[in-house]
Write a protein that binds this ligand. Structure first.
Ligand SMILES: Cc1ncc(COP(=O)(O)O)c(C=O)c1O
Length: 391
């Protein structure tokens, strides 16, 4: 019996080797990875540049110092994150929920500074922000919250893509200090915000002096063909939590702030023992530099198009959604069994929100590999859909 706590329904496969977008299990079977460890392995596996940088860091013998001292690698990583986000200050942490927890604290502190004693944050139905008490309270899923009440207060929930709902809250709730949106909802089923909606939200934030907080933990870091989804909409948010793809497999998160949120956190307001340590920062620098040098933003847009364009539009397929290499196929009924069938066919995918096939491939995937994803997935999808049609 395993002593690993039973918090995940795991598939009975263990990947032990990787190269590019390919994985091998313990028995030596080869798989094409269209999931990247849920949007984490930006550069795929064993990318020479990342491997070399991490090896050099390990050989230096200093993996960790402390935030009590200057950390040059953290300064280098922060410069890069500031450049690609267009924002000003970066707090490094170790995961997505930590990045979001920091964002929520920034919003509350911002509110208190403006004389709001009980600051509230507008959040979205079906959003996922993490599993700490504050972030699960912000999350729009009863499944995630059930059993952990009392929830953290101070969140007002509205549907995604409904600007009127936000405007109504603005009229009636004077405690609101921020809007927190996951611009493409990942866990919730690849639900894409309309760009007009995002712009409208931003205008509403500006009119009310609220913070615009864009949770780009899953959708950010180049996956959609630009560094961040808000860049498709053409404005700058105040707070951007990041994690997942930021270190291409090394655990790291970041809460990036600018605009109205700049300068809100002061010494003593927040901290993390491990946050921004030299090992993680080496991964951040190598990841960002490689995305730039290898043109992976354009690659994500192009290769994503190949996959999306090849997915079936037919009876039983409710919708094909996504941007770049963040792709969802909503089916008319629950389809969890497809994950196991895909593994049997040597393909790694995921199913989220019960009936959405989700793909989040490494950004290094090329067009031929994308066509191979389709070649392995389509027969499974067709068989699944035909079975229903026949029933
Ligand atoms: C949009 C979003 N925010 C936050 C999180 C939480 O990240 P972590 O699991 O690293 O705490 C996730 C994880 O799936 C996510 O997709």
């Amino acid at each position: 019996m395993s002593h690993v706590m039973n918090t995940y329904a795991r598939q009975p496969v263990a990947f032990v080797r990787g190269e590019g977008v390919w994985l091998w299990d313990e028995a030596g079977k080869k798989y094409l990875d269209a999931l990247a460890g849920i949007a984490v392995n930006t550069l795929g596996y064993n990318h020479p540049r990342l491997t070399r940088a991490l090896n050099e860091r390990i050989s230096s013998g200093v993996l960790h110092t402390s935030n009590l001292w200057r950390i040059p690698a953290q300064e280098a990583a922060a410069d890069r994150v500031a450049e690609i986000t267009g924002l000003d200050e970066v707090f490094f942490c170790n995961s997505g929920l930590e990045a979001n927890e920091a964002a929520i604290k920034v919003a509350r502190k911002y509110g208190h500074e403006r004389g709001v004693a009980e600051p509230a944050i507008i959040v979205m139905e079906k959003a996922f922000h993490g599993r700490s008490l504050a972030t699960l309270s912000a999350t729009g899923s009863r499944k995630v919250q059930a059993g952990f009440e009392p929830l953290v207060s101070g969140f007002v929930r509205v549907p995604l893509n409904d600007l009127d709902a936000v405007r109504q809250v603005a009229e009636h709730n004077k405690n609101v200090v921020a809007v927190f949106v996951e611009p493409i909802q990942g866990e919730g089923g690849i639900n894409v915000s309309r760009l007009e909606y995002l712009r409208g939200l931003k205008e509403t934030c500006d009119r009310n002096q609220w913070l615009f907080m864009s949770d780009e933990v899953q959708c950010g870091l180049g996956r959609t063909g630009k560094w961040f989804v808000y860049q498709h909409a053409g404005f700058l948010p105040d707070v951007v939590p990041l994690a997942k793809g930021l270190g291409s497999g090394v655990p790291v998160g970041a809460c990036v702030v600018g605009g109205r949120a700049k300068g809100v956190f002061k010494p003593g307001n927040h901290g993390s023992t491990f946050g921004g340590n030299p090992l993680a920062m080496t991964a951040v620098v190598a990841t960002i530099d490689t995305i730039k040098e290898e043109g992976l933003l354009a690659n994500a847009a192009r290769v994503g198009e190949v996959i999306r364009g090849g997915l079936p539009r037919r009876d039983g397929v409710a919708e094909v959604r996504g941007m770049g290499l963040m792709i969802g196929v909503e089916l008319a009924r629950p389809c969890g069994e497809l994950v196991r069938q895909a593994l049997d066919a040597g393909l790694v995918i995921n199913v989220t929100a019960d009936n959405v096939v989700r793909m989040l491939p490494p950004l290094v995937m090329n067009e031929a590999e994308a066509r191979e994803v389709l070649a392995r997935l389509l027969p499974l999808l067709e068989a699944f859909l035909d079975k229903r049609a026949a029933a």
